[in-house]
Design a protein around this ligand. Structure first.
Ligand code: AGP
Length: 606
């Protein structure tokens, strides 16, 4: 997943391209580059590392121009380096690309035979030379049509031309591309974040489409070159100036924002006065839904798994979950009375989007639980349930995970009541409990100093395990993922009852193990599993909830007690210390909290 931006204007564009690239760094940040057209010449500056490195290089070269394209990269073909950074240029054209060209090796051989010299190891470079080759015998528009037909795989492209002082091309297949409308200038970008500081009038290309962007005109075409009209969306102007405030890291801020994002989300779905849940524009009769399939990646998959437990507990539905990158290639037996719910913070994750596309192709009922409501997944689903947690910048998802779980919990209660699985009193009791969640989360956030100390132990650990049963198992998976992606410590989330079937062999003297054991129906069994790992030398951090009973165990290394809440809501509270644990472990190691190595906020390639 990479980020692209382009501006065509009658004014200087370099500074604004850099600003947009900074907003796109969540899509990838191992290298960056920019190319502008100045007096019929393409000038290109590229660097390894962040946009701030590029910024310094640009001022050194004093790069100017009123047409330009820029790119932030998350390496797919070719290691992160200056030479592999985009744009990739030939004598005639310069190209920025997000996606994967699957037939690049064959195309490269074809072009090398024609005398083209390749400088990089990227797939993208073939596009620059292929356009150059076709321009020899075709009009510019025919060149684009023919080249796009030649490319297999996915792309969002921005292309500028040496001899075109008022033209930029955008093209899209499989990776998102937006165009923006400005005053006597126009834009292309991977998403609305890249463009929001310049315009709130946006259109999105659909797969196979390309556009010819001029300062005062944008024309859209389909694969065959036939003109198409695109809807112009007016985007909300808020959240663009989201910043860290007094925090050093976005992730730290986003963890602390959770009590308020919980309130914001509940306010959108819960009528507190009448104690009822409203899910507007629900396009189906709830009674027509007999099963649910929940699909996501990474943290979003963990919220799907959490929802499975709630929906099984509160409804009569058959509930399944799947990881999007598996689902999209499975021989799925689609069922017409199944509701397919995809969950995605960014709404741009390629695997999740592909899973949604597969459901739509089979004419299934689709719902998207997203944070970015202008995203591709949101646009393509029949029903969108936003999580309303505001922009999440930290690559490691925190408040969005809580928001995803919250929306799915609210949906499960709504379905449960509408399908007459629970009484009106039980329904309203659950809503009442839900309204206390924000305060309990606030209290849980105060466990800060203790977790800071514990984080030091996990920071130096060779490996760790996170164990839980029932409602705690998805949270164990999420806690392990957080520690992996932030502190680069190998951590496994596991069903506590499964340890004796093999993974117990991993336990060695002093190994830190997190055991999630709230006082629910699984408590005693999980405590027994905890004893099994303690007996083999593990240092156990027990996460449980306040209760009058004493903990049935000694020899615990550390204990964290979250607030006493309805057991269905304890997973929200247990998540907080695990987010903080990963944060402090990474801090102890001096790692980049908001942009961990090798990762990106939105994975828009397979
Ligand atoms: C979460 O901490 C990770 N950054 C990652 O697992 C993420 O949840 C996953 O890539 C899915 O992203 P999405 O929610 O934007 O689809």
């Amino acid at each position: 997943m990479c980020g692209i931006v382009g501006i065509i204007s009658s004014k200087e564009v370099t500074r604004r391209i850099i600003n947009s690239l900074k907003k796109l760094e969540y899509r990838g940040y191992d290298s960056a580059g920019i190319a502008t057209l100045v007096d019929g010449d393409i000038n290109e500056v590229k660097c390894e590392g962040r946009v701030e490195v590029l910024e310094k290089d640009i001022s050194k070269f004093n790069l100017k121009g009123d047409i330009g394209i820029g790119h932030v990269r998350w390496a797919t073909h070719g290691k992160p380096s200056k030479i592999n950074a985009h744009p990739h240029s030939s004598e005639q054209v310069s190209v920025v690309h997000n996606g994967i060209i699957e037939n690049s090796t064959i195309l490269k051989k074809f072009l090398e035979k024609k005398g083209y010299i390749f400088k990089s190891q990227t797939d993208t470079e073939v596009i620059a030379h292929l356009v150059t080759e076709y321009l020899k015998k075709n009009s510019l528009k025919d060149t684009i049509i023919k080249v796009l037909k030649k490319l297999h795989g996915s792309f969002a492209l921005g292309i500028i031309f040496k001899d075109q002082s008022n033209l930029m091309i955008g093209a899209k297949r499989g990776s998102p591309l937006a165009v923006g409308y400005g005053p006597n200038e126009n834009y292309i970008g991977s998403d609305s974040y890249a463009l929001k500081s310049m315009t709130n009038k946006i259109s999105y290309l659909d797969d196979g489409e390309f556009c010819i962007v001029k300062k005062d005109q944008i024309e859209f075409f389909d694969t065959a070159g036939t003109k198409v009209n695109k809807k112009v969306m007016n985007l909300s102007k808020d959240e663009i100036d989201y910043d860290k405030g007094d925090y050093k890291y976005f992730m730290e801020k986003e963890i602390d924002e959770q009590p308020s994002t919980i309130i914001a989300c509940i306010n959108e779905y819960v009528d507190k006065h009448n104690k009822q849940i409203n899910i507007y524009n629900f396009p189906w009769k709830i009674s027509s839904i007999e099963s649910i399939m929940l699909i996501g990646c990474g943290t979003a998959f963990h919220s799907c798994l959490m929802a499975k437990y709630w929906m099984e507990q509160n409804t009569n539905l058959d509930v399944s979950v799947d990881i999007a990158s598996e689902f999209r290639y499975r021989k799925v037996r689609f069922k017409k009375n199944c509701l397919y719910i995809v969950v995605s913070q960014s709404g741009e994750t390629a695997d999740t989007h592909a899973a949604l596309a597969l459901c739509k192709k089979n004419k299934m009922k689709t719902c998207a639980v997203v944070n970015v409501i202008e995203s591709s997944i949101a646009r393509d689903a029949d029903l969108v349930l936003p999580i309303y947690c505001g922009q999440e910048v930290g690559v490691a998802s925190t408040k969005a995970f809580i928001g995803q779980m919250l929306v799915l919990y609210i949906l499960s209660i709504k379905i449960s009541f509408d399908q007459k699985c629970i009484s009106k009193k039980k329904y309203q009791d659950k809503i009442k409990n839900l309204l206390t969640l924000s305060n309990s989360t606030k209290k849980t956030l105060k466990l800060d100093q203790k977790i800071l100390q514990i984080g030091k132990t996990f920071a130096e650990a060779k490996g760790s395990m996170f164990l839980g049963r029932g409602y705690s198992f998805p949270i164990a998976l999420e806690g392990a993922l957080k520690l992996k992606e932030l502190a680069y410590v190998h951590a496994e989330g596991y069903p506590a009852g499964e340890m004796k079937h093999g993974p117990l062999a991993l336990i060695e003297q002093g190994m830190p193990v997190v055991v999630l054991a709230p006082r629910d129906e699984y408590y005693k069994k999980t405590i027994s599993n905890m004893q099994e790992v303690i007996a083999r030398g593990a240092k156990v951090l027990l996460v449980t909830n306040k209760n009058k009973d004493e903990v049935i165990s000694e020899n615990i290394w550390e204990k964290i007690e979250v607030d006493q809440l309805d057991e269905e809501l304890i997973p929200f509270l247990m998540t907080i210390p695990l987010q903080k644990l990963a944060f402090y472990s990474a801090l102890e190691k001096g790692y980049d909290i908001d942009k961990p190595r090798n990762l990106a906020k939105s994975v828009t390639v397979e």
